[in-house]
Design a protein around this ligand. Structure first.
Ligand SMILES: Cc1cc2nc3c(=O)[nH]c(=O)nc-3n(C[C@H](O)[C@H](O)[C@H](O)COP(=O)(O)OP(=O)(O)OC[C@H]3O[C@@H](n4cnc5c(N)ncnc54)[C@H](O)[C@@H]3O)c2cc1C
Length: 281
């Protein structure tokens, strides 16, 4: 039997790249796009819709970036290293053939206002200027979209909108329903260029937006060949994953639920189990 959800994996050599900010712009109400360039971008690849890179940020104490080196595939912490400040980000767009050399866009959610505590990543992105430096590593590998999926459902908060954009590109000829929870209705502009026939992109705002998304998902008939990707705040996804995997009994390959951040947790390890009481089988 053909597995419609089978996904090809491509491994890449791990490398660390010191990049320079070329420009930075607000592309949606809370989304800062930082465009990076530099000779070390040569050879960068990111084939998978949910690929991520490790972003190493300057230590605010001395302004220096501390990052591991990779020697024969081994991670080595340089002698005298200060604090390594690292977060996961989606390589939103890579243009290897840009006029003045390769360019990489990374979109940072500026989440540091209101009752939420900001972190070092949005603080850096908000103040990045042409010439500022950043170190990235990865992606270590890419998992491609399932080629046999007949349709897809994407669930994302703002942190996963860059991934959702990449999924929409990967599913160019596949019908997609998107359920997006955002703080500001204006954020819908972020995916405006990807609207079109076969796309139903629905936006949810308000304090209870994650709950609204979970409710909307329950109203959608999920077919046997419908692939589901969901990413965002980890706790808000526990019930959603339970619904998909346990209530509907969808197989593991059909459902990819990823905690991208967790309220009150600094630098969430996204490899940790989303729901320790119900680990993936
Ligand atoms: C595979 C993967 C891809 C990702 N891609 C992106 C991406 O493209 N763009 C992006 O913006 N994020 C992305 N994230 C999420 C990002 O890594 C986290 O949000 C990270 O915690 C940001 O670091 P920070 O310095 O903002 O906050 P931290 O120092 O990690 O945390 C400080 C505080 O901020 C809170 N917090 C963290 N993130 C958010 C948020 N989004 N909204 C509200 N509060 C938050 C934490 O709960 C904590 O209380 C991705 C995560 C993963 C695992």
């Amino acid at each position: 039997m053909v597995d419609v959800f089978e996904r090809e994996r491509v491994m890449h050599g791990i490398s660390r790249r010191k990049l320079t900010v070329l420009r930075s712009e607000l592309v949606a109400p809370r989304m800062q796009r930082v465009t990076l360039g530099g000779a070390e971008l040569e050879g960068f690849v990111a084939f998978g819709p949910a690929d991520h890179v490790k972003v190493f940020l300057p230590d605010p104490a001395d302004g220096k970036i501390y990052a591991p080196e990779f020697v024969d595939g081994r991670r080595v912490i340089p002698e005298g290293s200060g604090e390594i400040i690292v977060r996961d980000y989606t390589p939103y767009s890579f243009r290897p053939d840009a006029e003045d050399g390769p360019e990489l866009d990374i979109d940072f959610v500026l989440h540091g206002d209101g009752s939420e505590q900001g972190g070092p990543a949005p603080a850096w992105a908000a103040s990045a200027k042409p010439g500022s430096e950043l170190v990235i590593a990865g992606p270590r590998g890419s998992v491609l979209a399932p080629v046999g999926a007949a349709s897809a459902i994407l669930v994302a908060d703002e942190s996963a909108l860059p991934a959702a954009a990449r999924w929409l590109d990967a599913f160019a000829d596949t019908p997609v329903i998107g359920l997006f929870a955002v703080a500001d209705a204006g954020t819908a502009s972020y995916l405006a260029s990807r609207e079109g026939s076969g796309r139903e992109l629905r936006w949810f705002t308000g304090e209870d937006r994650d709950a609204q998304v979970a409710e909307a998902l329950r109203g959608i008939e999920i077919g046997e060949a419908t692939f589901v990707f969901a990413a965002g705040e980890a706790n808000s996804l526990i019930g959603l994953r339970k619904y998909l995997r346990r209530e509907l009994g969808l197989p593991k390959d059909q459902v990819n639920v990823q905690g991208y951040w967790k309220r009150g947790v600094v630098a969430l390890d996204h490899h940790a189990s989303l729901d320790p009481s119900d680990p993936e089988d």
